[in-house]
Design a protein around this ligand. Structure first.
Ligand SMILES: *[C@@H]1O[C@H](CO)[C@@H](O)[C@H](O)[C@H]1NC(C)=O
Ligand SMILES: *[C@@H]1O[C@H](CO)[C@@H](O)[C@H](O)[C@H]1NC(C)=O
Ligand SMILES: *[C@@H]1O[C@H](CO)[C@@H](O)[C@H](O)[C@H]1NC(C)=O
Ligand SMILES: *[C@@H]1O[C@H](CO)[C@@H](O)[C@H](O)[C@H]1NC(C)=O
Ligand SMILES: *[C@@H]1O[C@H](CO)[C@@H](O)[C@H](O)[C@H]1NC(C)=O
Ligand SMILES: *[C@@H]1O[C@H](CO)[C@@H](O)[C@H](O)[C@H]1NC(C)=O
Length: 656
């Protein structure tokens, strides 16, 4: 009965967290429909089917499902190499660069539980993992793939089949985050019997960690382990690395230096039982030999099997811990300061990101979990002793849809689903690369400047967003570099089925395609006035030689300088379709006025360096938030900026 109710309720829910930058997938890949095809594809988001962005395409044509990735990882980020390749485009960020991670969450968060309480408990867990093949235990290895189709990878609860499933998933081009071996262990490991499960019938002895209060039928989502998904920090070693823990209970979880004090695998050893034979535990094909060890979840049980109780830690700094930013309930919107809720992530080095010793890049995925529970009981002190047990009076502090007396000796029913009274939502990015900075810039700070949003109007894109640059207002110093890069899909048709919303892909240019460019704006009749956001017309570069591109130096992702300021301006204005003035003067290439023949991605991105430009004079000062010698540059995307319908317009401010 309880199981039935919970199953029915899970189907219709729409709550959620959506990553807006980097673009969260919400389990989408290349769907032409507004609703994602398969919510079980890679992970359990518990989000609305309409959320998420398609994976990026590298060129002007959608990727080929039979060959979705580019074989040559060096050519992948070379703008001049194979511009028509029909492959996916993973964003590429430099080691140590700053990436604005933006999201919207439906139920609100923030407010300190002790001093400024909100009406719920909440925390955000931000993590990443990267392709790794060299871990001490096979289930911690990761082989990230966005995949060529919207199907879910195969999994197995038979240890002997793990290798076979991996091969089949590779052959069938299935997307994958966690590994086949990770999910297999989840099916074999007994669930944590100490957890509070309320009146959900999950207390049964013998069930494995695929069953939780929130997922009491053990539904499978990709190769994610449901118990690991629902709880943090997890009590077994996981393939995830921690970035930040944002909470309303800073006094409980954060130290004075803003570091998480809990059992993060970053800096603390998390123990599990493994085979004493190194080859057996490192090699997935040997997994059958590991079965007894996987089942032994205590040190004592491990000793009895002859296993080794071994601690695993990434040897990274403790994750940042701070108060979650405030956001409003029932409103997938911005924070208190009218800016998107953002976490500035300083990217790890390749060495930190992957345990593979010789890797020259890391292939990674970012994960955001949004965890909320009510104040009706204290989630941090309630455990399995409060679980409802069959044949006994209900001892759970909360029960499903109770009928309550409001003092009139008649009942009124409350909408309570104990599978959702404490609940975790999730979103994950598509695969992205972390690469080394060009040697000349090794000691310079890099800020990422990207694009968010997808094809459609405000209603059609929801709960994703319309197009915008992100951050839309970026302050950097002259000594910093700005890494400008965008990607988009050629299949954002946003058609039927449209789930809970409206189908359609309002916008300019070829249907279903995302395109972007970066063109400086300014007043043209009476001269250029910087820092004034009012204009919607580009600044003609020939008439205004004092512009963004003459004031900066412009480099390809590999550190090679772009020919001239005008070449750079042309490149940014055509999304890399035309890369030099000579291609214009010789009429080798003519860009479509709506960028229809330009690639969906600014391949590799462009580094802008402001270090050699003179400080600005007073006439080009920014009006707010800046010292008088700052310079600001306002720019738009010519295709998508459509005044009164859509604004893709932003400001870059360079402080001395
Ligand atoms: C760097 O990249 C640019 C554009 O992708 C390419 O034209 C150039 O040949 C590359 N330079 C080197 C040294 O590889
Ligand atoms: C969510 O919060 C609950 C307490 O309400 C906690 O037990 C659980 O570990 C948290 N999960 C995550 C993913 O933060
Ligand atoms: C397990 O074995 C180790 C090494 O023999 C020993 O130090 C430890 O006390 C044992 N632990 C348990 C819980 O039996
Ligand atoms: C993120 O970094 C940018 C650039 O320095 C800054 O303008 C912005 O305020 C930061 N945002 C947050 C939430 O710290
Ligand atoms: C890494 O490179 C070193 C030196 O080239 C080599 O000896 C070693 O075998 C490589 N390791 C792996 C795992 O490829
Ligand atoms: C600007 O947006 C509106 C509303 O989506 C649309 O009707 C109009 O066609 C757009 N303008 C152009 C030139 O496409």
């Amino acid at each position: 009965m309880f199981i039935f109710i919970a199953a029915v309720l899970i189907v219709g829910v729409a709550a959620d967290v959506y990553m807006q930058n980097p673009r969260g997938s919400n389990n989408r890949l290349n769907e032409g429909s507004a609703a994602r095809a398969y919510h079980n594809r890679l992970f359990d988001s518990q989000n609305n089917d309409r959320g998420g962005y398609n994976v990026g395409d590298r060129s002007l044509t959608a990727f080929d499902p039979a060959n979705p990735v580019m074989a040559d990882d060096n050519a992948l980020f070379d703008m001049t190499a194979d511009p028509e390749a029909k492959v996916q485009y993973p964003m590429m960020f430099f080691e140590g660069s700053v990436l604005p991670v933006e999201w919207t969450s439906q139920h609100g968060c923030g407010g300190n539980e002790a001093s400024d309480p909100y009406k719920l408990n909440c925390n955000m867990v931000i993590q990443y993992t990267c392709t790794m093949s060299n871990n001490d235990v096979a289930s911690l290895n990761v082989n990230l793939k966005d995949g060529g189709n919207v199907e879910r990878p195969d999994a197995t609860d038979q240890a002997t089949n793990i290798g076979e499933k991996t091969t089949a998933n590779n052959n069938n081009r299935r997307g994958r985050h966690e590994s086949e071996s990770w999910y297999h262990e989840c099916t074999a490991r007994p669930r944590n019997q100490g957890l509070f499960t309320a009146d959900q019938c999950t207390g049964d002895e013998g069930k494995s960690s695929i069953v939780t209060r929130q997922n009491n039928l053990g539904d499978r989502y990709g190769l994610e382990c449901p118990e690991e998904r629902d709880y943090y920090p997890y009590w077994m070693p996981t393939p995830w690395k921690d970035i930040a823990y944002l909470t309303d209970r800073t006094e409980m979880f954060c130290d004075a230096n803003g570091k998480f004090t809990g059992a993060s695998q970053n800096n603390k050893e998390v123990f599990r039982c493994v085979s004493p034979n190194t080859d057996e535990r490192k090699n997935e094909q040997q997994a059958p030999a590991n079965q007894a060890y996987v089942k032994a979840v205590t040190q004592e049980a491990c000793n009895k099997t002859g296993g080794v109780w071994k601690g695993y830690s990434w040897g990274l700094p403790a994750p940042e811990c701070r108060q979650a930013d405030w956001s409003r309930v029932n409103h997938l919107g911005n924070g208190k300061n009218a800016q998107p809720i953002t976490y500035n992530w300083t990217l790890p080095t390749i060495r930190e990101a992957t345990t593979d010793p010789n890797a020259s890049f890391a292939k990674c995925v970012l994960r955001v979990r949004y965890n909320i529970s009510t104040d009706d009981f204290d989630p941090w002190t309630t455990d399995s002793t409060s679980n409802h047990k069959n044949d006994l009076p209900n001892s759970s502090p909360v029960t499903n849809n109770p009928t309550v007396d409001i003092g009139i000796n008649q009942g009124l029913r409350l909408a309570v689903n104990t599978a959702q009274f404490g609940r975790t939502f999730q979103d994950r990015s598509h695969v992205f690369f972390i690469k080394k900075k060009p040697a000349a810039f090794a000691n310079r700070k890099v800020y990422n400047l990207n694009v968010r949003g997808k094809r459609g109007n405000i209603v059609q894109t929801f709960p994703a967003t319309e197009y915008d640059f992100t951050p839309s207002r970026l302050h950097v110093r002259k000594s910093d570099l700005v890494h400008v890069q965008w990607t988009g899909s050629n299949t954002h048709h946003n058609g039927h089925t449209a789930g809970d919303g409206q189908a359609g892909d309002a916008g300019e240019g070829k249907g279903g395609t995302d395109r972007h460019n970066m063109v400086q704006i300014g007043q043209t009749s009476s001269g250029y006035t910087a820092g004034d956001f009012s204009y919607n017309y580009p600044l003609p570069l020939d008439k205004f030689p004092d512009n963004l591109f003459t004031r900066s130096k412009c480099y390809y992702a590999n550190g090679t300088a772009v020919g001239s300021p005008i070449d750079c301006a042309i490149l940014m204005g055509t999304s890399g379709y035309i890369q030099s003035r000579s291609q214009v003067t010789s009429a080798t290439k003519t860009v479509d006025v709506l960028l229809n023949n330009a690639p969906a991605s600014l391949v590799g991105g462009i580094l802008l360096d402001f270090s050699t430009t003179a400080d600005a004079v007073a006439s080009v000062t920014e009006k707010q938030n800046s010292v008088s010698s700052s310079t600001s540059f306002d720019y738009i995307c010519t295709r998508n900026n459509n005044f009164s319908n859509r604004g893709q317009k932003a400001t870059l401010i360079v402080d001395p």
